[in-house]
Design a protein around this ligand. Structure first.
Ligand code: SF4
Length: 169
């Protein structure tokens, strides 16, 4: 078991069977070893620094219906909101004054924010805060839209792939 944990640490890889074995047979000693390795890995890349990002959740409206998600379209109980472009800029302003130099604009898949609106928001943010990095997390768009957002100044894009069914591929 400890050999498996060490292999995971050194190679960052285990077979499916090894992962299942590890999950089914772990004890407190194994978990401590895992946590220690996790801490060593974190320190190797980030030391003891903490990196803060200014996250602006600018809309919780989403056209998708992922079952695990609190803001999925069919959840009638969710109280919906949407920030205007000016309100988004205000949030960045506040964050910048507080010392943030990375902003993440995050929303559901809300197509009220057209490509044109998003490009305009990105341009305004990069003009006002040229030394701040900007990440977008707004769901699926066409490749052309991603390209235009990049050209407008977006530095990074966060797109999560949670699960997939092999049969649907
Ligand atoms: S696309 Fe994202 S925000 Fe929308 S329902 Fe799925 S997980 Fe939630």
């Amino acid at each position: 078991m400890l050999e498996l944990i060490q292999k995971l640490y050194l190679k960052n890889d285990l077979t499916k069977d090894e992962i299942i074995y590890l999950l089914k047979n772990r004890n407190t000693e194994h978990e401590e070893k895992l946590f220690n390795y996790a801490v060593q890995t974190k320190k190797r890349y980030y030391g003891n620094s903490v990196f803060l990002r200014g996250l602006v959740e600018f809309s919780n409206i989403c056209k998708q219906d992922c079952l695990y998600c609190g803001i999925r379209v069919s959840n009638q109980a969710a109280q919906r909101y949407r920030l205007t472009p000016d309100e988004i800029i205000d949030c960045c302003n506040t964050g910048y004054d507080l010392g943030y130099r990375t902003f993440v604009l995050q929303s559901g898949e809300d197509f009220w924010y057209t490509e044109e609106k998003l490009v305009s928001i990105v341009r305004r943010i990069k003009k006002l805060f040229p030394d701040a990095a900007l990440t977008l997390s707004i769901g699926e768009r066409d490749a052309e839209v991603y390209q235009n957002l990049f050209q407008a100044g977006a530095d990074r894009f966060l797109l999560r792939h949670e699960t997939a069914s092999r049969g649907a591929l």
